[in-house]
Design a protein around this ligand. Structure first.
Ligand code: NAP
Length: 257
C-alpha cells in the first residue's frame, strides 16, 4: 500500500458535541483550528454550536456551527451535507457527543438505557458512517471517538452501567472499524479519559467534588479539557498515521491505581 501520510492544507475536522462552552469538544475544536484544520461543530444545541464556531473563527480559520442530533440519521445527514457544501473536504472526525447516566443498574429503565445508547453509540455509528464516504473516496482520514475510563474499570465514576457499557461499545467499534478502514488509509482510534473538569457529571464540579474525584488518581487531580484536546489533536495529526485501533488512556494513573 502507498505510504500516503500527508494531510492536505485545506481540510475540515467535524466535531460532534463541541458546542458546550466548558466541554472537551470546544477545547479540541480550538486546538485543531490552531493546528490548521477548518472546523465544523455539530451539537444538539444549534445556538451553542454557532457561538463556538464564531469564537473559534476569530482565530482566522474557516468554521461552521450546525445543529444536529447525532442519534437521528436525517439530522446527521442534513448537517454533514451543510458542512460539505460550505467547507473544505472532511478529513477528520471527532465523536464527542455524549450524555452521562448516574442511574444505578436496578433502577435503570429501557427508556434510560436506550437514550444513552442512542446518543453515545448509535450517534457515533451514524456520523462516522456518513463522513466515511468522502474519506474513502479521498483515501485519507482520521477518526477519534471518546470512550471513558468507566468502560475499562467498570464505572467507579459518576456514571453507571448504561454509560459504561456504551463507552465499552466505542472500544469494539473502534477496533473493528480500524480493521475495515486500514486499507483506505483511514485511522480509527479511541481516547479513554478519566475524570475531566467539565459539566457532564451533573453540572460544574465544585472544589470539594474535584478533591473527592482525585482520590486514587496518581497525579492527585482531575484532568483538564485542554489536556484531552492535546491528545486528540495528536491522534488527528500527520505524525499519528501508524496509530490505529488504539485506545489511548488519559487518566492521571487512575486505571492502575
Ligand atoms: P459536555 O460538555 O456535556 O459535552 C457533551 C456534548 O454533547 C454537549 O455539548 C451536549 O450538548 C452534546 N450532546 C448531547 N446530546 C447530543 C445529541 N443527541 N446530539 C449532538 N450533541 C449532543 O461534556 P464533556 O465532558 O466535554 O464530554 C465530551 C465527551 O467526553 C462525552 O462523550 C463524554 O462521555 C466523554 N467523557 C467525558 C469525561 C469527563 O470526565 N468529562 C470522561 C470520559 C469521557 P448539551 O450540552 O446541549 O446537552
Amino acid at each position: 500500500m502507498a505510504d500516503n501520510r500527508k494531510l492536505p492544507a485545506e481540510r475540515t475536522a467535524v466535531l460532534t458535541g463541541a458546542g458546550s462552552p466548558r466541554g472537551i469538544g470546544r477545547a479540541t475544536a480550538g486546538r485543531l483550528a490552531r493546528e490548521g484544520w477548518a472546523v465544523a461543530i455539530l451539537d444538539i444545541d444549534g445556538d451553542a454550536a454557532k457561538a463556538a464556531a464564531e469564537e473559534i473563527g476569530a482565530q482566522g480559520v474557516k468554521t461552521i456551527g450546525v445543529a444536529a442530533d447525532v442519534s437521528d440519521r436525517e439530522s446527521v445527514n442534513a448537517a454533514i451535507q451543510e458542512v460539505e457544501s460550505a467547507m473544505p473536504p472532511i478529513f477528520g472526525l471527532v465523536n464527542l457527543a455524549g450524555i452521562s447516566s448516574p442511574t444505578e443498574f436496578m433502577a435503570e429503565t429501557v427508556e434510560g438505557w436506550d437514550r444513552v445508547f442512542a446518543i453515545n453509540m448509535r450517534g457515533t455509528f451514524l456520523v462516522t458512517q456518513r463522513v466515511l464516504t468522502g474519506m474513502i473516496e479521498r483515501k485519507m482520514g482520521r477518526i477519534v471517538s471518546i470512550s471513558s475510563i468507566s468502560a475499562q474499570r467498570g464505572g467507579g465514576t459518576y456514571s453507571k452501567v448504561a454509560y459504561s457499557a456504551s463507552k465499552a461499545g466505542i472500544l469494539g467499534f473502534t477496533r473493528a472499524l480500524a480493521r475495515e478502514m486500514g486499507p483506505h488509509n483511514i485511522t480509527v482510534n479511541a481516547v479513554a479519559p478519566g475524570p475531566i473538569d467539565t459539566d457532564i457529571m451533573g453540572g460544574t464540579l465544585t472544589e470539594e467534588r474535584k478533591a473527592q474525584m482525585s482520590e486514587g488518581i496518581m497525579v492527585g487531580r482531575v484532568g483538564s479539557r485542554e489536556e484531552v484536546a492535546a491528545l486528540i489533536s495528536f491522534l488527528m495529526g500527520e505524525d499519528a498515521g501508524f496509530i490505529t485501533a488504539a485506545t489511548v488512556d488519559i487518566n492521571g494513573g487512575l486505571q492502575v491505581s
